[in-house]
Write a protein that binds this ligand. Sequence first.
Ligand code: SF4
Length: 357
Amino acid sequence: MNSRSERKKESPEYAKMSHATAISLGLMRGRMYRGAVNRCVNLLVHYPEGCAANCAYCGLAKKRPGTYRDKSFIHVDWPLFSMDRIIDAVNRAPGYVKRTCISMITNGKCRSATMEMTRRLSKETSLPISILIAPTILGRKDLEDLKESGADKIGVALDLATPELFDRYRGSGVGGPHKWDRYMDTLRAALEIFQPSPDIFRHPNVGVHLMVGMGESEQQMVLLMERIRHMGAVNHLFSFFAEKGSRLADRPQPPWSTYLRIQLARYLLEEGLAESGDMRFDSEDRIIGFGIAPDLLDSIIEHGKAFMTTGCLGPDGEVACNRPFGNCLPDTRQWNYPYPPNKEETALIRRHIFDIS
Ligand code: SF4
């Protein structure tokens, strides 16, 4: 493809789509481990010049070597399709597909393109629409316009557990434009504009993405999840998983046991079964007690839901954004199960959740 035709292929006429989504929609061939399916149409706004930010862990970071077109995002290629083709495929999607999500990037053109894509999807398809927003380029009025255009849920990728880590990996530490305070202000504005729906049990319409494994302690992550919960948003967990060629390419994933403990703590906080003050932490701030009765703890582990991916819900009240294998390789040990863990997997979780490494 020459650079001229490439230049024309940008949003809002075109968008990138996750590999798993392209398989679900029949636009690419492939099968997933244990028959996992992707219940969300995950789209990414696209411009040949890419994203202006430089987050240290992100495959799309400006200073990561390679052309923007060839950069992966969350480890997989995101093939480019026209919006006409995407809309046609969404209208023929299997019944398990329950939502569309548009991920923004930090590019000045992204604001109006996202509005336009949202308007088209809302008019021409029947799936509800989430926007994973780019707070650095959005104001309150933009959030109102996104709602007006047809979006019903908002995701804010805060990612880091403390303002210091945020600044180190997304702000001044990497010459990037992002600021913690701006993200928190945008989160507050989103909560005011996208109030909980009266249907699905007043479930929040704003979610915060948090990434485990960036140098935070388990206690710091628990305290932030609790704070976000009290603000009225819901927490969605991700695990750091090095993106090839990124600044943090050599950094390991967080220990599986750490991730499992934080997932379980998130579940207890969100379900109102425990608070951070009920939990016990060791001298390195790792969780050593969840503050609930052992038999209840046992049945929650057995049930497995705490270890499944969380993300925006579909109209059926179930998680639509299940991101299969978005932050680990397919295996019995997963940092977010896209389906209920089976007996072998829950036994493995039970054996490892209290490992201290
Ligand atoms: S949870 Fe999924 S659907 Fe919701 S905003 Fe985040 S990426 Fe989009």
